[in-house]
Design a protein around this ligand. Structure first.
Ligand SMILES: O=C(O)CCC(=O)C(=O)O
Ligand SMILES: [Fe+2]
Length: 276
């Protein structure tokens, strides 16, 4: 950590809101400028041992409870060949709330996206002894139209993967293609094909990968000797992209809820905005 602390620097953001007297939003960045430059160029940055062991243990305990509570329920995501997913973790356990203002990653998110970001968390578990569980090549924001509209808001996001368990060859390393976050149309989507530029990464508990949400990545599928493979995913996105901040006189939301229930996919998209 010492080199990180030594390299730390501050960005003094000022927001262009004259009506609020130009708010100052300084960000003390837990990374050096060269590290940020690497992240912008390669699309990822690894922080070994970033999350303390007791936090990892707490996340694991909370996930265990959530998994037990959701098993077999409608909407539970137990995906064949992929593993179990648990979404909206901040709503499911306070154990995850310590990540909301976790400066070592938050400050990097803000340095890259601007000081106003929102945050959410989810998790993925691959079970021990189950072969073939993996995630094929993908990016997280498959929303880029062609042709590119003049005012298109490019889906920059900063995502993170915190590993709770050791990930070696049996558990399926993570593969990333450095620099691929600027190439949203690679013809890899949904495959496990080895790519000549891929870098394979293995992890110990507490290791954290910080990446652009559109970095191409996959896992190697687990083999039958694998141990449990759990990770928590988090994401920062510009907070002003969300339109669900309630203002003015509060409502019970029932009218728009009804539209969501009865509406088609277009209606839901128009009402709910985008979910990563
Ligand atoms: O399991 C991993 O290592 C990565 C998972 C992943 O990329 C995802 O769930 O989007
Ligand atoms: Fe992913």
């Amino acid at each position: 950590m010492t080199d990180v602390l030594n390299g730390q620097f501050t960005i003094n953001f000022e927001i262009n809101d004259r009506t609020k007297n130009f708010p100052q939003r300084p960000v003390s960045v837990h990374a050096s400028q060269p590290e940020l430059d690497d992240l912008v160029r390669d699309g990822f940055l690894i922080r070994r041992g970033l999350i303390p062991a007791e936090w990892i243990e707490g996340f694991g305990e909370a996930l265990k409870e959530i998994a037990a509570g959701e098993s077999g329920k409608k909407g539970a995501e137990e995906l064949e060949g992929n593993g179990l997913y648990f979404r909206s973790l901040l709503q499911k356990s306070e154990a995850f709330h310590r990540m909301i203002k976790f400066e070592p990653t938050l400050s990097i998110g803000r340095a890259l996206l601007g000081p106003q970001v929102s945050f959410d968390m989810e998790a993925r578990i691959a079970l021990p002894g189950v072969a073939g569980a993996g995630v094929p090549w993908h990016i997280h924001m498959r929303v880029i139209p062609d042709p590119m509209p003049p005012f298109f808001c490019y889906p920059h996001s900063v995502h993170g993967l915190i590993y709770l368990d050791s990930v070696g060859d049996d558990e399926g390393p993570l593969c990333v293609i450095p620099g691929s976050h600027v190439n949203p149309r690679m013809e890899l989507d949904g495959t496990y094909d080895k790519h000549p530029d891929e870098v394979q990464l293995t992890f110990n508990p507490g290791d954290t990968l910080i990446m652009h949400g559109n970095l191409w990545h996959r896992t190697v599928p687990t083999n039958a000797d694998c141990k449990q493979r759990r990770l928590v995913l988090f994401g920062y996105a510009p907070s002003w992209i969300k339109n669900d901040l309630e203002r003015g006189v509060k409502t019970d939301g029932s009218l728009t809820d009804m539209l969501r229930k009865t509406g088609d996919a277009e209606m839901i998209e128009l009402l709910d905005g985008f979910h990563w």
